[in-house]
Design a protein around this ligand. Structure first.
Ligand code: SF4
Length: 302
């Protein structure tokens, strides 16, 4: 997967040294304002050192933030959310705030960034230089074995919905750069609005060159859901037992005031946020297909 140390270089052939030089230059050009990289704010001080803090803490007084002096402390920050939950995906938009690194030298800056966002500087640089080499879904899925081997059977339309559910900005800050296959390499859309150069919407693009292990695990759950037979439910479209279970669990926990998000990677649980996103996308699709059917029925009526 793209975050594994052994494979970090394969999608970005220019290598880490060039990426690091480019990042320092980019931070310098950001001047006193600094730069935002995913959820962190980076700045170079007049003394030539670097500061890193959560972007939401950018304007907070230093005394309000915990001062971290050892770059290796970034590892602990990256591991848990503000609520103390494990963060299996480092590019989930839930980096906890409340800390600051000051007076880092370049190696310290790399250590911090490498713990917070493994491989992201490398992929950011490859995107900027047009050298990114994505691995297409067909290849990634074809490499899976054991219980994950069946993900290669996901139909294209279902894969699209899985990408919208698992990879959109609301759940991952990387931007999908992989497509279906070498013959169809167009990146699969997450449904998010495209960035507009120079506009307020512009953000640092960190591409995702290959489906990650969490996506593979999610794809397996989606395949299991899709294999269960569906029956028409008036007003909701075709639904199967796992989807009805999700709706029942959602209503019950909302009514009981116990609606807590299960952990990010627990796709077996009906209230997993990514699974709920997938269900929501399916319900939306069923509603729009029903609307089209109604409209064409009305037009066809004498
Ligand atoms: S596959 Fe999706 S969830 Fe995984 S890193 Fe890429 S964009 Fe993020």
């Amino acid at each position: 997967m793209s975050d594994q140390v052994s494979e970090r270089g394969q999608h970005a052939p220019l290598g880490l040294a060039q990426a690091r030089i480019a990042l320092v230059q980019w931070i310098r050009e950001g001047g006193a304002e600094g730069r935002e990289f995913l959820q962190v704010h980076l700045r170079q001080t007049e003394a030539g050192h670097f500061t890193v803090r959560h972007r939401d803490d950018r304007d907070r007084a230093a005394v309000e933030l915990e001062l971290l002096t050892d770059p290796f402390d970034a590892r602990e920050i990256a591991q848990t959310t503000a609520e103390g939950l494990h963060r299996p995906l480092k590019t989930s938009p839930n980096l906890r705030p409340g800390w600051r690194f000051e007076a880092l030298d370049e190696p310290g800056l790399w250590t911090v960034l490498d713990y917070l966002y493994p491989a992201c500087v490398n992929h950011w640089h490859a995107e900027r230089t047009g050298t990114l080499q994505p691995t297409q879904w067909e290849q990634t899925a074809g490499r899976q074995s054991g219980m994950y081997a069946p993900v290669r059977l996901l139909p294209g339309e279902v894969l699209r919905d899985a990408v919208r559910a698992r990879c959109a900005d609301a759940v991952c800050l990387r931007r999908v750069a992989w497509g279906f296959s070498e013959d169809d390499p167009q990146p699969i859309s997450t449904g998010d609005a495209p960035e507009q150069n120079g506009s307020a919407n512009e953000r640092t693009v960190v591409p995702c060159p290959e489906a990650c292990s969490l996506f593979i695990s999610f794809a397996r759950t989606v395949l299991q859901i899709e294999r269960a037979p569906r029956k028409e439910v008036p007003g909701l479209g075709p639904l199967n037992e796992p989807e009805l279970q999700q709706i029942r669990a959602l209503v019950a926990s909302t009514a009981g005031g116990t609606l807590d998000a299960p952990r990010e990677g627990e796709f077996d649980l009906p209230l997993n946020q990514r699974r709920l996103r997938y269900l929501s996308i399916r319900l939306e699709r069923a509603a729009s297909e029903e609307k089209v059917d109604d409209e064409s029925g009305e037009r066809a009526a004498p």
